[in-house]
Design a protein around this ligand. Structure first.
Ligand SMILES: Cc1ncc(COP(=O)(O)O)c(C=O)c1O
Length: 405
């Protein structure tokens, strides 16, 4: 039998049938095309859509100064890097960005990758050795889970604690034999339900059990802490976190990722992480975009303030309407629906609403626990009060119709 024949008679065809059925019924939510730039209002086909599903937290994709910097980088450096950082793919822009990030985050060093996914895959897989232990929050991002999988630690050295449950974290730490090395890994702001890691307790436990700390600040950089310096800065615990990871695909309006920490860790990762060695570096306009956003947020925290102001208004609107918003503490606000089909119908009805519709991200298991299916909604700095109120009104109308509220 030819290798690909299995794709005509197994689960793979079932998946295709499910996708086609969902498309026909109009509730297939994925790979939707946008016909405009990312912003508070986007165009999808012929209609205007309020974008409640973007990670453009500081609305920097539209910032004229940032766009100009990306254009200038193209003129000077061209559009691509055509090589790995290790070889021909390091431009002075990449080095400048590493230095600026280290300064911004208050670490000795930083290393940039072409995506945040690659940052977690490459770093965790080369930091964790075969005798080490890892203790990871149940709701950590897929790139953390996969980074740990790619490492050489045995299965029984991976301990998962209940989401943000510090007693359960301690229970895991107690299982590790004395003298053995452990790394605690957590998101800073959790990507699905918008909770903030209890870094004050985590650092205390890490000290007591002599563990290292790795924080994925993908959703917190630019958002949390003074000047958006992230979760460690928010708790004033920057010196207690060994490695902080982040991405450029959200507040920084670009693509790429980084880790920051001591020089010795960063040099190790730079020379050992396979995702940096065997992959081309980020293109010049993407790097210049991040530098331009840093220029702005280092001087001006009005974008960050606006984002928080808007997030509070959106959360209050949802709560007044009667939605279950889980434990959200941030700009990521879930609408907990608790059932997969209703979640998809909710998504569809919102997108079909007229004259203006609303885009949200429907999330099902395994990205969330079964029974916790939700619409992931996110705020942006450039939302106006009117847009937020309009979005809430549409959500409430559809929510009532589908008996979500
Ligand atoms: C918590 C977290 N870590 C890492 C990543 C990966 O980032 P990137 O989009 O840069 O690959 C994401 C992206 O969704 C994320 O949410």
């Amino acid at each position: 039998m030819n290798f690909f024949e299995k794709y005509t008679n197994r689960a793979e065809t079932e998946l295709l049938a499910q996708v086609n059925f969902a498309k026909e019924q109009g509730f297939y939510p994925y790979f939707r095309e946008l016909h405009s730039e990312q912003g508070p209002i986007v165009r999808m086909d012929d209609r205007e859509v309020i974008m409640l599903g973007s990670n453009n937290y500081l609305s920097m994709t539209m910032n004229p100064q940032v766009k100009e910097a990306a254009k200038r980088a193209i003129d000077k450096y061209g559009v691509g890097s055509t090589g790995s950082r290790l070889l021909n793919g390091t431009m002075d822009l990449h080095v400048q960005l590493e230095e600026r990030l280290a300064k911004f985050l208050g670490t000795e060093s930083a290393v940039i990758f072409s995506t945040g996914m690659q940052a977690n895959l490459g770093t965790l897989s080369c930091l964790l050795d075969k005798d080490d232990w890892v203790v990871s929050d149940q709701q950590n991002h897929a790139s953390i889970i996969d980074g740990i999988r790619l490492s050489r630690i045995p299965r029984d050295h991976k301990l998962i604690y209940k989401h943000n449950d510090m007693e359960d974290l301690e229970r895991c730490l107690k299982q590790i034999p004395k003298g053995e090395k452990a790394l605690i890994v957590t998101d800073g702001i959790f990507s699905m339900e918008g909770t903030i890691a209890q870094l004050d307790v985590i650092t205390e436990l890490a000290e007591r059990y002599d563990a290292g700390i790795y924080v994925d600040d993908a959703h917190a950089v630019g958002v949390l802490g003074p000047k958006g310096r992230g979760t460690p800065a928010y708790f004033d615990l920057e010196d207690k976190v060994d490695v902080v990871m982040g991405t450029f695909s959200k507040s920084f309006a670009s693509i790429g990722g980084y880790i920051a920490g001591s020089e010795v860790i960063c040099e190790w990762v730079k020379h050992r992480a396979r995702s940096i060695i065997f992959s081309a570096s980020a293109p010049p306009p993407a790097v210049a975009t991040v530098l331009a956003v840093l220029d702005i947020i280092e001087k001006d925290d009005s974008y960050q303030k606006k984002l928080w102001e808007n997030s509070k208004r959106l959360l209050k609107g949802y709560q007044d309407a009667g939605f279950d918003t889980g434990e959200s503490q941030s700009h990521i606000i879930p609408i907990i629906v608790g059932d997969e089909m209703t979640t998809f119908f909710f998504f569809k009805e919102l997108l079909e609403y007229r004259p203006r519709s609303v885009y949200t991200n429907p999330v099902r298991a395994p990205a969330v626990q079964p029974g916790r299916e939700l619409l992931r909604t996110t705020c942006q700095a450039a939302f106006t009060k009117d847009v937020i109120d309009e979005a809430v009104e549409i959500m409430a109308t559809v929510g009532k119709k589908l008996e979500v509220i």
